[in-house]
Design a protein around this ligand. Structure first.
Ligand SMILES: *[C@@H]1O[C@H](CO)[C@@H](O)[C@H](O)[C@H]1NC(C)=O
Ligand SMILES: *[C@@H]1O[C@H](CO)[C@@H](O)[C@H](O)[C@H]1NC(C)=O
Length: 249
C-alpha cells in the first residue's frame, strides 16, 4: 500500500525565542538515579509529573508553551490508495486532553525509551478541507472538523542518545515512533457537500459507523504531527538540562 503523507506541523511554540538560562531541573520535577531501589516506579512517577507540568504550565524559560491544548497550524494528509483516498487539510487545529494523561508503563534502558499512556478523551478541533473518496462514497467539504478519540492509548518508542561531552552531555530525542488507538473515534465535519444537510448528515453517520477503518487510515498523519511536537518539546528541555542531572548515575 502506498501511503503518501505530506506533513507540516508548524507548532506555535517554534516562534518563541530561547531565553538564556542555566540548566536546572524545573521546580516540582523529580529524577531517579539508576541505582534507585525501585527505579521503574520512580521513573513512572517522575514522567507523570513532567508530562502534567508541561501539559498545564509548559516550561516558559525553555521556550515551551503549555501543551494542552497543543496547536497545529497545519496537518496535511494526501492518500491516493487504499480504502480511504482523500486529501485532507486540517488547519488551526487544537489537540486537547493531555491534562488527563496517565503514564501506564515506562522503560528507559540505555539509549532507548518506551512508554504507554492512556487518555480518557483526546479531541482534535479546527478547520478542515477534504476531497476524495471514503470506501465507496465521494466526499467533499470545507468547514469545522471535530474528532474525538475516546479511551485513547498512546504507545511510543524513541532513541535518546547522549550528545556532547562531560558535564555538557545532553539527551537528544530521535526516531520517535508513536501510535494512538482508541476504543471509539467520533467524527463530525460541518458543512460537507457545500452545506447540503441531508448529504452531510448521512456522511457523518457513515464515517462514525466505519470509524475503525477511517481512523486507521488517517491516524498516520495525526501521529506524525503529534510525534514531531513531542520530539520538539522534549529536545527543548533536554538541551537545557544535562543528562547527568536528568538521569543521575
Ligand atoms: C506497552 O504496551 C504494550 C502492549 O500492551 C506492551 O507490550 C509493552 O511492554 C508496553 N511497554 C511499556 C514500556 O510499558
Ligand atoms: C466535539 O464532539 C464531541 C463528541 O462527539 C462533543 O462532545 C463535543 O461537544 C464537540 N465539541 C464541540 C466544540 O462541538
Amino acid at each position: 500500500m502506498i501511503l503518501k503523507i505530506l506533513l507540516a506541523a508548524f507548532l506555535s511554540l517554534t516562534a518563541i525565542q530561547y531565553h538564556s538560562v542555566s540548566g536546572a531541573l524545573p521546580p516540582g520535577w523529580r529524577t531517579c538515579g539508576k541505582s534507585h531501589p525501585d527505579y521503574n516506579k520512580c521513573l513512572k512517577e517522575a514522567a507523570q509529573l513532567a508530562v502534567l507540568s508541561i501539559a498545564n504550565n509548559g516550561q516558559k524559560k525553555y521556550g515551551v508553551f503549555p501543551a494542552d491544548p497543543l496547536h497545529f497550524e497545519k496537518i496535511l494528509l494526501d492518500q491516493s490508495s487504499g480504502p480511504v483516498r482523500v486529501k485532507v487539510d486540517f488547519s488551526e487545529t487544537d489537540l486537547t486532553g493531555f491534562k488527563n494523561l496517565v503514564i501506564e508503563g515506562i522503560s528507559w534502558n540505555g539509549a532507548e525509551m518506551a512508554f504507554n499512556a492512556s487518555v480518557p478523551k483526546l479531541n482534535l478541533y479546527g478547520d478542515y478541507r477534504i476531497q476524495g473518496r471514503v470506501l465507496v462514497l465521494p466526499i467533499v467539504g470545507q468547514g469545522i472538523s471535530n474528532i474525538t478519540v475516546s479511551g485513547a492509548r498512546i504507545m511510543t518508542r524513541w532513541n535518546l542518545p547522549e550528545k556532547g561531552k562531560g558535564k555538557e552531555k545532553h539527551f537528544h530525542a530521535e526516531n520517535l515512533g508513536l501510535k494512538v488507538h482508541g476504543s471509539k473515534v467520533d467524527f463530525h465535519f460541518t458543512n460537507l457537500f457545500n452545506g447540503d444537510k441531508r448529504l452531510g448528515d448521512n456522511m457523518n453517520k457513515f464515517l462514525n459507523e466505519n470509524w475503525e477503518v477511517i481512523w486507521e487510515e488517517i491516524q498516520p498523519a495525526i501521529q506524525d504531527s503529534f510525534g514531531a511536537a513531542i520530539k520538539e518539546i522534549s529536545n527543548r528541555i533536554f538541551s537545557r538540562i544535562s543528562s547527568q542531572e536528568l538521569l543521575p548515575s
